[in-house]
Write a protein that binds this ligand. Sequence first.
Ligand SMILES: [Zn+2]
Length: 305
Amino acid sequence: MSKASVNEKLNAEYKQIRFEAEQNLEDRLQAALQIPQFKALYVERKAIALELSKKNTQELKDQYQKVSKELLDLINNNKIDLNIYFKCKDCKDTGYINGKPCHCRLAMSKRLLKAESNLPKFATATFEDSKFSTLKVAQAKKMESIYKDCKRWADNIDNASKRTIFLMGSVGTGKTTLSFCIANELLNNGHSVYFATAFDLATLIIDKQFNRLQNIDNYYNMLDADLLIIDDLGTEPQNTLMQEGLFAIVDSRINENKKTVICTNLTEAQFAKRYGERSTSRLTSASFAYKPSFIDGDDLRKIKC
Ligand SMILES: [Zn+2]
């Protein structure tokens, strides 16, 4: 999802919220106008206001004040509610305070980005709650330093020189959890993310090629996302069309300075054997990729990380 389309969606959402608030007030006003006394004063006050806009005399001003007072007394005595109710009192449902996005707009943007991210529901891991204290010292040190590097990268994503993060490691060493931490860090900072297993992504690519995508938005959310996470690369079926499509996407993302995180259980040698030297060197080249050494050790799924 691109920033522009997030903003477009949010603007439309706020337009709708304000419309509903105004409509709600309009409904109550129409109900109040059924009271003859209210209607008479309301119409009279409007007529005086119109006169006042043409000639600003003291007599008209006095009249206006008198009718306004009578109208207000009537409203109070009959408990007529003509307040406008905003969902957010802070920004009055404009989404902005002094030109800066209101907390309600930031929260809405986060919800929208998360909804379109394809992240699984359980992908709640953040850098803040990552703990390595139960690991062996060497593994803990290594993971801590990789997590630190990834957090720095995520916090500086717009200017990061590394366009891909290449996480190789044995099953259960926390690569996917780390990718969730990166995803949530970016979502919190208002960036778009798309998460897909290599299998899902390959299916998306094939379906797009054969024009049988059920939801084209998924495809473009994936393509436009500030960050694409490809999980479990190497587990998708070995199919030339899929692999070419997959690499074309990653390659175009590198060229467009969009960021990609790749998680794989393969070693670099296995990776090169499966995808060829050219793709491997393109994906893991030191000038584009942050590639920590192969992560192995205890299965982190057995501990809270
Ligand atoms: Zn607000």
